[in-house]
Ligand binder design. Sequence first.
Ligand code: F6R
Length: 260
Amino acid sequence: MEIIIKPDASAAQEEAARIIARQIQNKPDCVLGLATGATPVGVYAWLVAQHQKGRLDFSRARTFNLDEYVGLGPDHPQSYREFMRLHLFSKVNLRSENIHFPDGLTADIPAHCAEYEEAIRRTGGIEVQLLGIGSEGHIGFNEPSSSLASRTRIKTLTPKTAADNAKFFGGADKVPHHVITMGVGTIMEARECLLVALGAGKAEAVAGMAEGPITADLPASVLQMHPRCKLIVDEAAAAKLRRSEYYRWVYDNKPAWQRV
Ligand code: F6R
């Protein structure tokens, strides 16, 4: 795992955005895995700005989002589909037929999840997967105890995740209990993973995922097994990493050909 420590949130978001932009420029019909939440907002803002300057063309790119709340339709203000419309889809030239999302209103969740997996497979698989991390170590909504081999399915949020997301709903009691999420195994099949973590509230999960044991108790820790994973953090999220000085040294001495 490459661990990149940036001075602040916007520098960390820009680092991730540059990697995504390079992917789109190198392969215009690339398949991107996208995340929602507070962390990627600046990533999408940077990509939108590049698009508006005429430097980034999304017309052939294909996207799959990680997750959606069960019971929320695409027009619900708190749905992740609406979040993506607001921050990215309405501001770039992605074609609607190239955007894929779990359907929070599906009548048959298992069949829908199997179709979502099949749709990812048909494109040839996700090339770059953007991820955030929950304060208890989830990726997607794979909460602690999720099988590290899991596929897209329904999950129940932990009370901690509901509390973390209460700000978007005006209270933890209003956060839906269930979500559809790509599985840990689904995420692990992406050719490259970019996990961005910002702020002191993520420091413990970040240290656990990068330097602790691989365990379903902290699902993000499985990324230690991913052959191409970058963990991009700000100083506050890096605060509990034991080997942070080594990670900085590695980054500062990276060969020019490895830089974005
Ligand atoms: C969102 C997702 C979640 C979030 C995580 C961090 O699509 O899959 O894993 O990335 O909960 O959320 P924020 O960025 O709001 O701290």
